[in-house]
Design a protein around this ligand. Structure first.
Ligand code: NAP
Length: 247
């Protein structure tokens, strides 16, 4: 077991990519703290994880609010005494063309995707600095590198996450804390479910591996970054997109 006795916190883990990351880290021996704004769904995921004998707690928190993040980290410390792995996965999209995008939708996406990632890094890195150990993995997106029509808020938030990853990696490296990002392409989850058949077809045509990604494709790379197999990797963004973006 590659993560035996490690304590991992995964945000937005009630469903989708975060849920799969919880299973993959849990199966490798990690204790799993699943944070989500949607506690009902998180509790269902907790039950499913427990069926596989994974030690798990579900915690409700809105990552865009620092006070809630701080309370969550304190609860984890009371119960488990440490945090070894943080996966910043919680994210939303609210797409529109720039001219039609309203201020509220811009703010909401930046608040959750970018500020939420900062909030969790800030609260957890305090703990990791004392431990002199930590793995932080931020879920970005390829659109944070290449941009995408209709996703000004989302792509800017993910570009911010990539830059934040590099800064955090530099600030925390001397205390044995690795900070990396994953930039997924198109992954089949609730987030992408409502895209039109036409948009999906156009995307598929651009993917050399000829299929959409699955949550487990991202989770397996996350496991590598959460384990000591990647101990000499920091500040990097690993693209998981079937070859859609090569640069
Ligand atoms: P998803 O199925 O929509 O799951 C996201 C989870 O995050 C949901 O359970 C959601 O709760 C929760 N969440 C939303 N706002 C939150 C907040 N403020 N605090 C805590 N939790 C919150 O999304 P996904 O497709 O698994 O995506 C996971 C991550 O991968 C996101 O960061 C996304 O941007 C990134 N990503 C996804 C794709 C893709 O193609 N799917 C591609 C590139 C990057 P609710 O149900 O209440 O909203």
């Amino acid at each position: 077991m590659r993560l035996k006795d490690k304590v991992s916190l995964i945000t937005g883990a009630a469903r989708g990519i975060g849920r799969e990351i919880a299973f993959v880290l849990g199966r490798e021996g990690a204790k799993v703290l699943i944070c989500d704004i949607n506690i009902e769904e998180a509790l269902k995921t907790k039950e499913d994880l427990e069926k596989q004998f994974i030690i798990v707690e579900a915690i409700q928190a809105d990552v865009s609010k620092y006070s809630e993040v701080e309370q969550m980290v304190n609860k984890i410390l009371d119960k488990f005494g440490k945090v070894d792995i943080l996966v910043n996965n919680a994210g939303i999209r609210k797409d529109n063309l720039i001219l039609r995008m309203n201020e509220a939708d811009w703010d909401k996406v930046i608040d959750i995707n970018l500020k939420g990632t900062f909030n969790c890094i800030k609260a957890v890195s305090k703990v990791m600095l004392k431990q002199k150990y930590g793995k932080i993995i931020n879920i970005a997106s390829i659109v944070g590198i290449m941009g995408n029509v209709g996703q000004a808020n989302y792509s800017a938030s993910k570009a911010g996450v990539i830059a934040l990853t590099k800064t955090a990696a530099r600030e925390l490296a001397s205390r044995n804390i690795n900070v990396n990002a994953i930039a997924p392409g198109f992954i089949s989850t609730e987030m992408t479910k409502d895209l039109s058949a036409e948009v999906k077809q156009k995307m598929l045509a651009q993917i050399p591996l000829g299929r959409f990604g699955l949550p487990e494709d991202v989770a397996k790379v996350c496991l590598f970054l959460a384990s000591d197999e990647s101990s000499y990797v920091t500040g990097q963004t690993i693209i998981v997109d079937g070859g859609m973006l090569m640069y």
